[in-house]
Design a protein around this ligand. Structure first.
Ligand code: SF4
Length: 301
């Protein structure tokens, strides 16, 4: 730990603050967190937090979810401009238009979306819970927003449902092509390919395993292979390389990086602890609607 990290650790105790970090965050940020996880695990931890405040090291929708699930807490997003380009592809009016077009359908909303979009959806999901969430609904028609790649992956696994897709995606995962997979297989022969379902269908089809960030970590930890190509944000490759030096991990693409996830700095976290950042605030009506969708998701697990 460096001087700044030690200062953060001491202050977080004094200020009764829980620091949560996503797997895609820089490693020095993960090192000062009380828990590191995917968006589903972080949402559940935020919901049950007993501390006075929560610092959510991630992007805006994660901090919003923490506030919605535990509204009595002061919630900070350390890098105030850390957004999610996938979440920005959809607004509540897009969901309402789809609902009008498909009145029998339930709306499943990936957590990578704004509070306003969650508020007009029936239930949220994460990549680790999406299949279970879709199966849990009585409706045959499901409007799945905003990630068309994750939606298509779920449609393949739950064929009894008609999944209506929205044309959104994560630009970081969607940018991976089959030629990237072929190049990685050529550079690292004999490795096991683990891919996130936010990647395109043709990329997922070439993988040995497709799953959420937590699923990819578990597969690499438990797997018998000694070398893996990691088909998600490079933060996961960094975690595995540090944790399992006896195995080798290669990024599917060298530039598999979410710039927004890398915005958080230790100085930002310190600024939150020192009271120099504005906490997350959301309109009450939006919070209530979004809470219903998030709580339904947590209850399905
Ligand atoms: S990796 Fe993709 S989905 Fe995740 S925060 Fe970045 S842009 Fe959004």
């Amino acid at each position: 730990m460096n001087e700044l990290q030690n200062k953060i650790l001491a202050l977080k105790k004094q200020r009764d603050c829980l620091i949560l970090a996503h797997y895609y965050q820089p490693l020095d940020v993960q090192d000062v967190a009380d828990a590191v996880g995917d968006s589903f695990a972080l949402a559940k931890l935020a919901q049950s937090a007993t501390q006075r405040s929560i610092i959510m090291c991630g992007v805006r929708f994660m901090a919003e979810s923490a506030k919605i699930l535990n509204p009595g807490k002061t919630v900070y997003l350390p890098a105030a401009d850390a957004g999610c380009p996938m979440a920005d592809t959809i607004g509540p009016d897009d969901v309402l238009a789809l609902k009008k077009q498909y009145p029998e359908a339930a709306v499943v909303c990936y957590v990578n979306s704004s509070a306003a979009v969650k508020a007009v959806s029936d239930i949220c999901c994460t990549s680790s819970s999406a299949e279970k969430v879709v199966r849990s609904l009585p409706n045959r028609q499901i409007i799945f927003v905003p990630d068309k790649n994750l939606g298509a992956y779920i449609a393949k696994h739950v064929p009894e449902k008609e999944i209506i897709l929205y044309n959104g995606c994560c630009p970081i995962h969607d940018a991976v092509s089959v030629s990237d997979v072929e190049a990685a297989k050529k550079s690292y022969p004999g490795t096991t390919l683990l891919v996130h379902p936010e990647c395109r269908e043709e990329v997922s089809e070439k993988a040995d395993y497709v799953g959420s960030t937590a699923g990819i970590l578990a597969a690499a930890r438990k797997g018998s292979s000694d070398a893996y190509v990691i088909g998600t944000e490079n933060g996961v490759t960094d975690i595995l390389s540090r944790e399992l030096p006896q195995k080798r991990f290669f990024p599917l693409k060298p530039d598999f990086v979410c710039a927004d996830m890398k915005k958080t700095t230790l100085a930002d976290i310190l600024a939150c602890l020192e009271g120099n950042r504005t906490p997350i605030e959301l309109p009450e009506a939006e919070m209530q609607g979004a809470r219903k969708s998030l709580e339904r998701m947590v209850a399905v697990d």
